[in-house]
Design a binder for this molecule. Structure first.
Ligand SMILES: *Cc1c(COP(=O)(O)O)cnc(C)c1O
Length: 349
């Protein structure tokens, strides 16, 4: 409420207003970067789109990205006037590594204008390797760290983090980009604001992707409560780990999930291709789950025709991965109950 009152007092409702600027400053402090490097955006998808625009990728170029991501990554590429080129991932971590990207660069059917590594499920990923990749191949890198509010660290490449309601720090809709330097950030604001910045003249192709002051108010209130939110999600993660260790010992949660990092999703990996059977069994017991990312971008009709490298690891992981219920007030008792249902599933093996 105090934040909402500040909006009416200042009578500025959007256009990089004071609450958005305060949120940017506080996010920058968390990440130990200059406040000028953080830019709030209307949502993560537009943040990626504008970052690709600001990176100066030639129109129509291919953008290397993993098929193992949310479909928003590919939509952002298209909105920026570029063409998704889908590649595979590394089996253990589920990430597209620089080695995979390097091989795909060599086999790409047309020039590659940018690369988008994704931080799956919000897990921490070493980003320094992408700085050397970008320098070696002279190709811009934009990081999709949408779900990684807790784990993400700044890099030389722009990093997008989503503040959607389903992510761990929610503002309803929103996001931010941690920019390589203040110059990139200024350019990004131009691409988010009709091509205007300081001048009322459209200097570049652009979007309207600005963060509203209302969402900034919610974002600031969410950030005030972050310690409690993080603790609550950590309890859920630890409870899942304890429960699954007894009911489904051959299934795995991501490395150190709930210990070094938290996320708003609980993603489990089975030892075999059983995600569909277990998801259906949970549904019979009134428990919702998700085949993660609908099994990959290439499985969505809008992207089925995209060029891609062979995707054997993506295909295999898709059949072994399931998103389980995960929310702050999910009780230990409910988690134990779901764990027991999973352990009892007769379709196993
Ligand atoms: C959530 C998500 C997005 C989209 O972010 P929005 O803020 O909802 O637009 C993009 N990429 C990944 C990997 C995501 O998880």
């Amino acid at each position: 409420m105090p934040y909402l009152e500040q909006i009416d007092a200042a009578r500025q409702y959007s256009n990089f207003g004071p609450l958005s600027r305060t949120l940017e400053t506080r996010l920058a402090a968390r990440l130990h970067v200059a406040a000028e490097r953080v830019v709030t955006v209307a949502n993560g998808t537009l943040g990626l789109t504008a970052a690709l625009m600001a990176a100066g990728v030639p129109a129509g170029a291919l953008v290397l990205m993993p098929a193992w991501t949310f479909v928003a990554t590919a939509h952002a590429v298209r909105m920026a006037g570029l063409v998704p080129y889908l590649v595979d991932i590394e089996p253990d971590s589920g990430i597209m590594t620089p080695e995979i990207a390097e091989a795909a660069l060599a086999s790409a059917p047309a020039p590659v204008g940018a690369v988008i590594p994704v931080l799956p499920f919000g897990r921490p990923v070493e980003l320094g390797v992408w700085d050397s990749f970008s320098a070696a191949y002279r190709v811009p890198v934009v990081i999709d760290g949408a779900a990684a509010f807790d784990a993400v660290r700044p890099a030389k490449a722009p990093v997008m983090v989503s503040l959607h309601a389903t992510k761990i720090l929610g503002a309803g809709e929103g996001g931010f980009v941690v920019c390589p330097d203040p110059g990139f950030a200024e350019d990004l604001r131009r691409h988010l604001n009709f091509g205007f910045y300081h001048v009322r003249s459209a200097t570049v192709p652009a979007l309207n992707g600005k963060f509203s002051e209302y969402h900034a108010a919610v974002g600031l209130a969410a950030l005030d409560r972050w310690t409690e939110t993080r603790r609550a999600f950590q309890r859920v993660a630890r409870s899942w780990r304890r429960t699954l260790a007894t009911t489904l010992p051959d299934a795995a949660l991501p490395d150190s999930y709930g210990e070094n990092w938290v996320s708003s999703t609980t993603i489990i990996r089975f030892s075999g291709a059983e995600a569909d059977a277990l998801g259906a069994y949970l549904a019979c017991h009134g428990i919702d789950s998700r085949p993660w990312w609908s099994k990959g971008v290439h499985r969505h009709p809008a992207f089925a025709a995209c060029s891609r490298t062979p995707l054997p690891t993506t295909e295999e992981l898709a059949e072994r991965t399931l998103g389980l219920p995960c929310f702050v007030d999910l009780s230990d008792t409910t988690i134990s109950h779901i764990g027991k249902v999973l352990g009892d599933c007769p379709h196993r093996g």
